[in-house]
Design a protein around this ligand. Structure first.
Ligand SMILES: [Zn+2]
Length: 99
């Protein structure tokens, strides 16, 4: 990818925390239903589509350090909403795969 720094500060640690959750939920959902295609193309499609249907949720690298409890991270993550987006993306890609 491109540049991720400004004025000498590295910004590569600023991540969309929905990405991690999408991957976790994709694993769950794809393991539930083995009939879903899990080729490289479909996996990428489901991942991109899920994230495009969710608002980004970027946190600074200090977020985890300054919040003593994992609870705080769970509080900002809307697991139900992310799961719904992943399920919708999975169904969409599965019923109309790119190949
Ligand atoms: Zn496929």
């Amino acid at each position: 990818m491109g540049r991720k720094d400004i004025f000498g500060f590295d910004l590569s640690e600023i991540n969309n925390i929905n990405e991690e959750l999408v991957i976790e939920l994709m694993e769950e959902i794809l393991n539930e239903d083995k009939s879903i295609c899990r080729c490289h193309l479909c996996i990428e499609d489901i991942y991109a589509l899920s994230l495009n249907n969710l608002p980004p949720l970027y946190v600074q690298s200090t977020f985890k350090d300054t919040t003593s409890q994992d609870n705080d991270l769970t509080r900002v993550l809307d697991r139900e909403k992310v799961e719904k987006a992943v399920r919708e993306a999975t169904n969409k890609v599965n019923s109309n795969p790119y190949h």
